[in-house]
Design a protein around this ligand. Structure first.
Ligand code: BT5
Length: 325
């Protein structure tokens, strides 16, 4: 009965009166109240108002995503899924709950009201049009190696796209692009103390069924969506399952070998920058060079006038000499 009530509230997306629930399920008001109390203990946030009834505000683990768990054949990622209709940022929520969750827990939202890019930038996250998710990871590694996980995220997105027949390129370190326009981005954040990692949050944002007119004017030149590229709606659920499986696959390999060789190879084979003239932005500095390769550590080697330098992914942005790529 608890499930029926939550499903009813979930589908309504607004208030459902106690009377309606009582009539539909043959329950007394006291019985409804007891079920609502139990649901709240399960982590559902349910608002109750006199005369209006009950409204579901937040689900820890929404119905669709409950079913999704059954389809996920992963070993580490997605054993716990926290789903929200709307969040400021899945990365922020993941950081809030990281200490209470197991490695591999996922935070997913149908929209983000303050989605984050790197270096304080914004990630536009329109409702029901993309995947906005964060994975909580707790590997026993040196914090200096964390930046590599960004490449792992980008490689997983590239593989998941390929699984559904879409080719893409990776613009080191965290962009996935199609036809020279950005379709997905990765944001890795970390909490560590004295050289020990408490947790890492690996966030991924993908533009899936975003229409051209829904892309903000200032981004139209350099952003696109899978729907725009393919000319048809994409099954978000299928892509989500593929993506989580690919992250699981690459991350398991990382835990076993300590390296992300396969992810790096994917970033090299599908690189949007290797062999190209690029502009490197680092703080206020802006320099031109030629991207040569990505090494085993996930660093980008760039030939500048002054010599070759290894770039770490953290604080660096790259542009093509004549535009986004
Ligand atoms: C990124 O940053 O590309 C990282 C994006 C990570 C988003 C995910 S969504 C789930 C999780 N929770 C979060 O809060 N974030 C993560 P960066 O390389 O800094 O790129 C940001 C720049 O991309 C912006 O300054 C815009 O120019 C552009 N941009 C913003 N929204 C975009 C979109 N939806 N599609 C393409 N480009 C976008």
């Amino acid at each position: 009965m608890k499930d029926k009530i939550i499903e009813r509230l979930y589908l309504e997306k607004g208030f459902v009166s106690g009377e309606a629930i009582s009539n539909e399920y043959g329950l007394s008001r006291t019985a409804i109240w007891k079920h609502v109390k139990a649901l709240r203990e399960d982590g559902y946030k349910i608002e109750s108002r006199t005369k209006k009834g009950y409204r579901l505000v937040e689900t820890p683990d929404n119905i669709e995503f409950n079913e999704m768990q059954e389809d996920l054949q992963t070993s580490i990622i997605g054993k716990e899924i926290f789903y929200y209709d709307s969040l400021e940022s899945t990365n922020t929520k993941a950081k809030e709950i990281a200490f209470q969750t197991k490695e591999g827990a996922l935070v997913v939202a149908d929209e983000q009201t303050a989605g984050k890019g790197r270096l304080g930038r914004i990630w536009t996250s329109p409702k029901s049009k993309g995947i906005y998710m964060s994975v909580i990871l707790k590997p026993d590694i040196d914090p200096v190696n964390v930046a590599r996980l960004t490449l792992l995220g980008a490689a997983a997105i590239n593989l998941a796209f390929a699984d559904i027949g879409i080719e893409s390129e990776i613009k080191w370190p965290n962009d996935v692009v199609i036809n020279g326009k950005k379709v997905a981005g990765v944001l890795t954040e970390m909490n560590s103390e004295l050289g020990i990692i408490n947790y890492i949050v690996l966030g991924a944002g993908i533009n899936i069924n975003v229409n051209l007119e829904e892309i903000p004017e200032d981004l139209k030149e350099r952003a696109t969506s899978l729907k725009i590229v393919k000319g048809e709606e994409i099954d978000r659920r299928e892509l989500f399952i593929r993506l989580v499986s690919r992250i699981d696959e690459l991350y398991t390999e990382f835990l076993t070998t300590g390296d992300i060789d396969r992810a790096i190879q994917i970033c090299i084979d599908n690189s949007a920058v290797i062999g190209k003239e690029i502009v490197v932005y680092q703080g206020k500095e802006k320099r031109c060079g030629r991207a040569i390769e990505i090494n085993k550590k996930g660093e980008l080697l760039v030939q500048f006038d002054t010599g070759v330098e290894n770039l770490f992914s953290g604080e660096i942005s790259i542009r093509g000499k004549h535009g986004y790529i």
